[in-house]
Ligand binder design. Structure first.
Ligand code: PRP
Ligand code: MN
Ligand code: MG
Length: 179
């Protein structure tokens, strides 16, 4: 598995430091608001669990699974809700936790859904961002790292469901997905 990686962009230590920093900022901004922190499955599962450990405030967590990529490296543009929230977002301060924003389609869909359900506020925290790939005009409120326009995997991000368990983020060798 490791020899499918062309280059490590951010290693475990660099990610840990950034997640801690984001957690501190978010804790300050959400203290006293009992936010509903939403993990966007599957990609955000590692970031979510590391992030909330850096947020020593009262909060609640919930999960939503959406998918637009399938086994392709390109977004289909159609976002599907695979698992919905358990909690109601009505009147709540909602914090969406994403692993990466690419075209922005997943997030713009999610924000729209949560606003239509009358969330009091919708805030987005993403660990990674690929601004070069945006097809809708959308920025996260909190971003960890900006990435080049390369196919990246690890720390939750997959290619065909593999590589999510890598503790770092790296560029996948093109021969892996061009096969
Ligand atoms: C990936 C990633 C983001 C989304 C970003 O999820 O985890 O959720 O794509 O792309 P976008 O900005 O172009 O919408 P994916 O649909 O692959 O599902 P997964 O999280 O289960 O891997
Ligand atoms: Mn995802
Ligand atoms: Mg994916």
């Amino acid at each position: 598995m490791l020899n499918d990686i062309k280059e490590v962009l951010y290693d475990e230590g660099q990610i840990k430091a950034k997640v801690k920093e984001l957690g501190e900022t978010l804790s300050r901004d959400f203290d006293g608001r009992n936010p509903l922190v939403i993990c966007v499955l599957k990609g955000a599962f590692i970031f979510m669990s590391d992030l909330v450990k850096e947020m020593p405030i009262k909060l609640e967590i919930d999960f939503m699974a959406v998918s637009s990529y399938g086994a392709s490296t390109k977004s289909s543009g159609v976002v599907k809700i695979i698992k919905d929230l358990d909690a109601s977002v009505e009147g709540r301060d909602v914090l969406i936790v994403e692993d990466i924003i690419d075209s922005g389609l997943t997030l713009s869909y999610l924000i729209d859904v949560l606003e239509r359900r009358n969330a009091k506020s919708v805030t987005v925290a993403t660990l990674f961002d690929k601004p070069a790939r945006r097809s809708v005009d959308l920025e996260a409120d909190y971003t960890g790292f900006s990435l080049p326009d390369e196919f990246v995997v690890g720390y939750g991000l997959d290619y065909a469901e593999k590589y999510r368990n890598l503790p770092f983020i790296g560029i996948l060798k093109p021969e892996v997905y061009e096969k």
